[in-house]
Write a protein that binds this ligand. Sequence first.
Ligand SMILES: N[C@@H](CCC(=O)N[C@@H](CS)C(=O)NCC(=O)O)C(=O)O
Length: 210
Amino acid sequence: MSKIQLYHSVDARSFRVLWALEALQIPYDLHEMPFPPRFTTPDYMAINPLGTIPFLIDGATTMSESPAICHYLAEKYGKDLSVSINEPDYGRYLNFLHFGETTLTVPQTLILRYSQFEPDDRKSAQIVEDYTRWFFARLKGLQAGLQNRRYLAAERFTVADISVGYALILAEILKISGSFSPEIANYLARLKEEPSFIRAKAAQKSRRAF
Ligand SMILES: N[C@@H](CCC(=O)N[C@@H](CS)C(=O)NCC(=O)O)C(=O)O
């Protein structure tokens, strides 16, 4: 069987997949590209016409959505990192797995875009402020979810923690994590102590572009 191929840029959403691969300890080839690959690596468009990362190839399977890839890998290669349909926290697990991307990371990308990526005349302090407020309003869901829990589901580290944990790491990169509650700050600190997180960080070779 051919090795899993992961297309990635440093600390982008593809980090979720890198972190999951390291947690599962399965062999993979990492294709690290300067960000954004759509402009820096034109040949990549032939591999993923969206030009986005992550992009995963596993035999005949190709995928481009980070929570879905984490779910797929956890189900296929290591049951403990996912929560099964027979466990009471199955719905909670799926909810946080998707919450990490759709509810938390989507507003963060607006902050990133309008504070860093747009040319100066299109940068917008208003959009940055509005979506920072939006992000912190949505973080209330995580605050509630962490009550009396070390991890988000099934009392163990799962890809739901990877999905939400990445959004918290991106908040650090965006320099808005100083407003985290103690519970969220402690949760992030715990996640950063996971050996798989440390290995995933070490696997990245380039400098971050944002
Ligand atoms: N919903 C997708 C989003 C993928 C995505 O938009 N990735 C960003 C990086 S964080 C990207 O590739 N941006 C570059 C571009 O749009 O050209 C996921 O969760 O993986």
